[in-house]
Design a protein around this ligand. Sequence first.
Ligand code: UTP
Length: 625
Amino acid sequence: MASSVDSTAEELSKLGINGEWTACAPPNLQKNLQLLSPDQVELAKMLVDMGQNHLFYHWADPGVEDEDKKAFFAQVVKLDQNYPGGLVSYIRNARELLADSKAGKNPFDGFTPSVPTGEVLTHGDDSFLNFEEEGIKEARRAAFVLVAGGLGERLGYNGIKVALPAETTTGTCFLQHYIECILALQEASNKMAKDGCQREIPFAIMTSDDTHTRTLQLLESNNYFGIKPSQVTLLKQEKVACLDDNDARLAQDPHNKYRIQTKPHGHGDVHSLLYSSGILNVWHSAGLKWILFFQDTNGLLFNAIPASLGVSSTRQFHVNSLAVPRKAKEAIGGITRLTHADGRSMVINVEYNQLDPLLRASGYPDGDANCETGYSPFPGNINQLILELGPYIDELKKTGGAIKEFVNPKYKDASKTSFKSSTRLECMMQDYPKTLPPNARVGFTVADTWLAYAPVKNNPEDAAKVPKGNPYHSATSGEMAIYRANSLILRKAGAKIDDPVAQVFNGQEVEVWPQIVWKPKWGLAFSEIKKKVRGNCSISQRSTIVINGRNIFFEGLSLDGALLVNSVDEAEVKVGGSVQNKGWVMENVDYKDTSVPEEIRTRGFRISKVEQLERTFKEPGKFSL
Ligand code: UTP
């Protein structure tokens, strides 16, 4: 036995592969070392040193499956390059985090929670309008970043989430809606600029192997939804290696023993990708000041973007987390200031199941409780961030964009020695402030939930099981939230909008408001909408209205049915009088009925276009309807 190892060592030495490590390498690797390039030998050594011998146990003799062996090292190179500090750091970090997890260590031990500073917006009041004006002024110095690399396992949709219609009255998908909002902001902001210079707002999208090709196809097949392709940058995040046990042994892919199993690393990757791409410096040199991060399926977000950016600018926040009012113990993270006895301090999202025990351990016997407003003083994090670009770049120069990670293994039993399935390290976008110095200006902006937050995350079956009073976060509730928000905004602008009726779709009871939809260029800011609704306008509950044009003004309109108005930007159209027809009707469909397209059946209804009045104004000029 010893003599065969000695002779292998001798042969390897002849090939220039030296070192004691080869003696520790599994025999199947030793036999194959002659096939490897010097770089691959180095990687093999690293894997052996890091306790990953098991990856080679099944390797065939040289001459058999050699292409697979090459592919194995190609993947190892990629995994090594894509993680700050390489696979060695990944495995070390994993061991540390897995040991902490096994020991049940609380990452917030020693920290005392308190309420950070922030701004609570009331839609439509003077302060809201002032912030909105400031935000629109600043928008031309902003870049937008959409994180869209997630698998959407909970939703279970076969396509990419940004291709889903935000609402089915017009069928506008999330990506189109986001782009049109950015373009509307760009136009409004350029109009306010004193320098007369027309700026273009950059838009970056983080994709992953699961979403990249289809995101690009969606853009290309729709002419980028009107934004210039040069304004758009796609950055693809890579997956990280899965881990099989507490020693951080890398998991083999169940379908290919020459591959390491990989899973997404989380949306926190966006920071290192932006940094390594060099795009932040390009934006900074172009005079940009703000960067706004947002997620893939929130059709309401842009209702709150102008005012929230105004808050960032007015209050000089380096980091502004958008938030919604949160009931105590509600299953949504709370924005919290954490202060440590050793002087460390940060403003950060604390998950709801950590916040209550943390408060109790810090001298608040009632834990996470509502205050006099009826809500928890810790606002609910919705994971949309506005960062000031300069301080952000300074910080990333120090960290390279690495975000504090966590691990969430599902253990087989209380001994916590083995996992039900492989796990991996993950990181979250909102954990960026964790490394900031205590003097960083980190705050929040709270907007009403009805105005700003209705994500589409859950499939119909799971949504129907959500306990009463909690949000469904389904395609059904996401669409209904858009009609509700638009109805409430028009009400505030002076129109009489009938109350909603309750209806059940896919087992979810929702409020059905009139189906009111407009293009962002018609009214992204409330101040703009107020100018476009005049006289006594009224809209009945069963009505539909689609506003597809910039200068469409409602003057004493009474609508009971469906009305669609389309106009070119140079036309000014006054819409008044009484419009009545059979309208558009929502018909129930069952999500199990696979004869209905997935995009429709997941919401539990389809819109039957029975009768409508549609007017289109293609020429410049003034018109009345
Ligand atoms: P979600 O929490 O919705 O996660 O992500 P998800 O992975 O998309 O969906 P589930 O959990 O499998 O059901 C919030 C945002 O972060 C993006 C998503 O695309 C979404 O916009 N994300 C998530 C990434 O960009 N990369 C990731 O690795 C994970």
